[in-house]
Design a protein around this ligand. Structure first.
Ligand code: SAM
Length: 243
């Protein structure tokens, strides 16, 4: 049996998805509040930038993977209009349900589907845009998921991967202090769950750097890949084009 990482722990590959499921089952009810608190609202700016780079048009077909509580899906839906379609997906029912309720409250009904990014139930060459925000880091086989994302994109289509990344050197010390000393306490205080936020801090350190993810995306079939560092590399937006 092969092993992989779950944060800083080594676990059987077959068990990682179950560990990730427990994290998101636990955090789903307080996910949006925690996102605002721990990023001091910055996640809204990172997502707004992602929507700008997406450059969607009326009628576009969009797949939001690991879409969770649905903020990107909602923003995309406003851009593609009634002739387009945004499919809101996640492997976790609790996250998806929270997202679907939020979308309905906003007066938007989207196709919502539980699915694993490593086995996408969509035909080849279908979407103009695929997005995955803060989701890739949690996947067991990132290469398999990226190949699936490439497969379902139309030629010329765009993948946007928004994810925590390698922070600039001068910020490292403060970021480590915040991640390991403050974040788990905040998680305990707000969501009653320190362990999930300890996992968040650890999983960020285990995720490929900007350049490594670029290489992985190229190896997964994207003809052109580039990235934009946001907030000093705290987060990076990788853009992959299926050529
Ligand atoms: C940190 S949340 C991100 C949610 C949302 N995209 C956002 O930006 O706020 C990560 C999401 O990835 C989902 N996820 C983890 N592994 C997945 C997989 N293999 N396929 C699809 N979604 C997955 C989790 O269920 C969780 O909802």
């Amino acid at each position: 049996m092969s092993t992989t990482h779950f944060g800083f722990q080594s676990v059987d590959e077959a068990d990682k998805a179950g560990h990730v499921k427990s994290v998101f089952d636990s955090v789903a009810p307080k996910y949006d509040l925690m996102n605002d608190l721990m990023s001091m609202g910055m996640h809204r700016l990172w997502k707004a930038y992602t929507v700008t780079v997406a450059n969607l048009h009326e009628g576009d077909q969009v797949l939001d993977i690991a879409g969770g509580t649905g903020d990107l899906a909602l923003a995309f839906a406003k851009k593609v209009g009634s002739s387009g379609r945004v499919v809101h997906t996640d492997i976790n029912e609790a996250m998806l349900r929270t997202g679907r309720d939020r979308l309905v409250d906003a007066g938007v009904v989207l196709p919502t589907l539980v699915c694993d990014a490593e086995k996408l139930p969509f035909p080849d060459n279908h979407f103009n845009l695929v997005s995955v925000a803060f989701g890739l880091r949690n996947m067991t086989h990132k290469d398999v998921a990226l190949k699936e994302m490439c497969r379902v994109l139309k030629p010329g289509g765009k993948l946007l991967v928004l994810e925590f990344s390698k922070v600039a050197k001068p910020l490292e010390k403060a970021y480590d202090w915040y991640s390991f000393k403050i974040l788990p306490k905040l998680g305990q205080w707000v969501a009653g769950d320190a362990a999930s936020y300890q996992y968040l801090a650890e999983s960020i350190r285990m995720h490929p750097s900007q350049e490594d993810l670029k290489t992985l995306m190229k190896a997964s079939g994207f003809g052109h890949v580039d990235y934009h560092n946001l907030s000093g590399g705290l987060v990076a937006l990788h853009v992959g084009i299926k050529c």
